[in-house]
Design a protein around this ligand. Structure first.
Ligand code: BGC
Length: 754
């Protein structure tokens, strides 16, 4: 009988010799025991010039080739950012007609940001990444982190609000969650794509200080802290160069200053110049001639700017191969992180966990804006008859809005959610109240709803008012939708007010029944001329598959609202700084002269408002908003204690810690977000009256109290000095302001920077 030790050594011998054998035959680029950078160099050395160039551009609408001869797989991309986009045909935007590509839609990024909860962001990324992985995608085209500059931007719903700090903190866990699946994120749109109007035909002028303080930080956090493996260039121009082929943004800032090692992907159709694409930092070209077929040749993809034109330049000796090898190196690195990563999980789709993640983020993101007389939560002992009114109670919102449009397994509509939550105890009746948008198709995905209604405006309104009068309770569900010129890609909203005469409907309902809750489904702020007439207002965003259930849960008080606004709601559009000081939709005279109509006549957009974006503007100039940044109520009450600092004087390399207690003084468990703002009391340059530099969501049972601590260093005190091209923390007095919204500071503490 063989002894145990003998068996072990025999086994070791066999496995070592097996490994030696395989190591001998495995090329380095396939040998997992070798460092990745060595494998990349090995793969690169085996590739022909043609194979290298082929890697740099699309082969279909959403995929690019790998290196078939070497067994390096294709890259498959997908939108992003709220769910995995359905399959389209090889060359076209239309549906491939698969029956296995329906997914869970997660809440829109505005809603995620409104949770002010980094854990939610990780859960979101992980679940979405699992679905992307299951669908065999390697690159998820998102998240979007363009700063909210104007409430008219049609794409704000895909972004995370107006504050660079909040956005930076919220985007990082999302990226890490997605990438834990071996699926890359592509943080977008880098940079300055802050409106949809003229997105292909505008040149943004912004000073360096504003660029570095407001518009760049979320991208920087995404690549340096989040390690997003790819980043997507934008459509617009900066310094007269298109962003996806821009020397300043891609080479100087991203790749040199931030030392980015990942892949720069163009936005779809954002490339238009071979020389610039070669030299200015782009790595992967997508969507040129977006139907994938034009340019009059057999294979349009060979004629992409980074395809044959590039190859010809190299072959003729006009361009060397340094840039080429750098681009391919980056793409190979991406391959080892994604397609060639053998340790990635398998993914799964529409699991119960995913549904729960979507529902919970929805509940935590919903913002209770107003709740006079505690009209909410709905008391089922009193509400025997509930009227639900408004088109958004019955309208599918996951179809439409542009590239983020989805094909879902299901979408719980607000009316469904309300009926299933309240229907057993109360009589729930519906009236439409108005007709807005009856569309329901995007790229061949159909909502399946027939929303046609031939009744007149008066008939619809009368029916709604009559129902409201007979009911104990009225829930109006309105807002915007995903139709063109609403919350949708490609165009901006035309005005700040609610569309389809909803203001009139809301006022009439307020007169008919005092127990009224207005639920707004939108990704943008809207004017509320009726705000004084309505006791209760809820901002419910676009919440995806679980929308109706999340909304009903908050209305019923099953979940206690804890969302906070990620952007300011101005009273009127002119109160917003981009509209008061800056240029929108572009330089006035140029706009009047018809500039911006095509790429030959681009329009300038100058951000004259500078760093004074959102609450930085409102709070500094004392322009009272309708609802401030950071605002959000709860069904319970909280009390902040007196803030303390661990020192009164700090030096440039010191940290300082602030402590504050938060107590739940009401009768319901709930969560409050303690928000730390810093104010520079005296500065040689203009500074906002306060800037967010820390936040923490605390869950508290009735009567419970917790300490929250914030530790900051000089980065939280600095401004960007354009002359020095560096951050400067000016010695002097500062104040730490802690509260639960930018305009509700509860406690302050002074300190001095040496
Ligand atoms: C959008 C991107 C999107 C891409 C691919 C573009 O029009 O701007 O956000 O990822 O299309 O669908």
């Amino acid at each position: 009988m063989l002894k145990k030790t003998a068996i072990v050594s025999l086994f070791t011998l066999i496995s070592v010799s097996y490994m030696a054998q395989t190591n001998n035959t495995l090329p380095v680029y396939l040998d997992e025991s070798k460092p990745v950078e060595q494998r990349i160099q090995d793969a690169l050395s085996r590739m022909t010039l043609e194979e290298k160039v082929a890697m740099l551009h699309a082969q279909s609408k959403f995929s690019s080739p790998g290196v078939p001869r070497l067994g390096i797989p294709e890259f498959w991309t997908t939108d992003g950012p709220h769910g995995v986009r359905p399959e389209v045909m090889w060359d076209e935007w239309d549906q491939a007609g698969w029956t296995n590509d329906s997914i869970i839609a997660y809440p829109a990024l505005t809603a995620l940001s409104a949770t002010w909860n980094k854990k939610m962001s990780w859960n979101y990324g992980k679940a979405l990444g699992e679905e992307a992985r299951y669908r065999k995608k390697d690159i998820l085209l998102g998240p979007g982190v363009n700063i909210y500059r104007t409430p008219l931007n049609g794409r704000n719903f895909e972004y995370m609000g107006e504050d660079p700090y909040l956005t930076s903190k919220m985007v990082v866990p999302y990226i890490k969650g997605v990438q834990s699946n071996g699926v890359a994120t592509s943080v977008k749109h880098f940079a300055l794509n802050n409106q949809e109007m003229f997105r292909h035909t505008s040149n943004v002028n912004v000073d360096d200080r504003t660029l570095y303080e407001i518009y760049l930080p979320p991208f920087k956090a995404a690549v340096t802290e989040g390690d997003s493996w790819t980043i997507m260039g934008a459509y617009d121009m900066y310094k007269g160069q298109y962003a996806s082929q821009n020397q300043y943004l891609l080479n100087d800032i991203l790749k040199k200053e931030w030392k980015y090692k990942g892949v720069v992907v163009s936005d779809w159709g954002a490339v238009n110049n071979t020389e610039q694409a070669i030299h200015n930092g782009l790595d992967l070209e997508f969507g040129t001639w977006t139907n994938g077929l034009s340019a009059g040749t057999k294979n349009a993809y060979d004629n992409y700017f980074l395809a044959k034109p590039y190859l010809d330049l190299i072959k003729s000796g006009k361009v060397g191969t340094t840039e080429l090898d750098d681009k391919v190196t980056r793409l190979l690195r991406l391959a080892y992180q994604t397609t060639m990563n053998r340790n990635k999980p398998f993914g799964n789709i529409a699991s119960e966990e995913h549904k729960a993640v979507a529902k919970e983020i929805g509940e935590e993101g919903i913002v209770l804006l107003k709740n006079q007389g505690n009209v909410l939560p709905i008391d089922l002992n009193k509400a025997k008859k509930i009227a639900v009114i408004g088109e958004n109670a019955i309208k599918i919102m996951t179809v439409g809005g542009g590239s983020s449009s989805l094909k879902v397994k299901y979408e719980a509509l607000p009316l469904d959610g309300i009926k299933s939550r309240f229907g057993k105890k109360a009589d729930v009746q519906y009236a439409r109240g108005y007709v807005g948008d009856i569309g329901g198709e995007y790229n061949g995905v159909k909502s399946g709803q027939d929303l046609k209604d031939s009744r007149s405006e008066a008939e619809l309104l009368n029916e709604a008012v009559a129902l409201a009068k007979q009911s104990d309770y009225v829930i109006f569900v309105g807002g915007l939708n995903k139709a063109d010129f609403q919350d949708s890609e490609g165009n901006d909203r035309k005005s700040y007010g609610l569309p389809y005469n909803q203001d009139h409907v809301i006022s009439a309902l307020a007169k008919a029944n005092k127990n009224l809750a207005v639920v707004l489904v939108s990704g943008n702020a809207v004017a509320m001329p009726w705000i004084k007439e309505v006791p209760s207002v809820v901002q419910a965003w676009y919440l995806g598959s679980e929308a109706g259930n999340s909304i009903a849960s908050v209305l019923a008080g099953d979940s206690n609202p804890s969302g906070k606004l990620p952007f300011t709601f101005p009273v009127k559009l002119e109160d917003n700084s981009a509209h008061q000081l800056g240029e929108y939709p572009g330089q006035k005279e140029e706009f009047a002269a018809g500039k911006g109509k095509d790429q030959k006549n681009p329009i300038n957009i100058t951000y004259n408002e500078g760093i004074f974006v959102g609450y930085r503007w409102h709070d500094t100039k004392n322009i009272k908003p309708l609802f401030s940044f950071g605002h959000g109520l709860s069904y319970t009450t909280f009390e902040f204690g007196k803030a303390k600092a661990d020192k009164t004087v700090i030096s440039q390399d010191d940290t300082i810690t602030f402590t504050v207690s938060v107590k739940n003084t009401g009768k319901k468990a709930g969560a409050e977000v303690a928000q730390l703002y810093i104010s520079d009391l005296k500065s040689s340059v203009p500074r906002p009256s306060k800037e967010l530099k820390g936040f923490e969501k605390v869950y508290l049972n009735p009567g419970e109290q917790k300490e929250v601590t914030f530790t900051i260093d000089k980065t939280a005190l600095s401004y960007f000095d354009a002359g020095k091209h560096d951050w400067v923390a000016e010695p002097g007095d500062f104040e730490a302001l802690i509260g639960n919204s930018s305009d509700a500071i509860k406690t302050k503490v002074k300190f001095t920077l040496k």
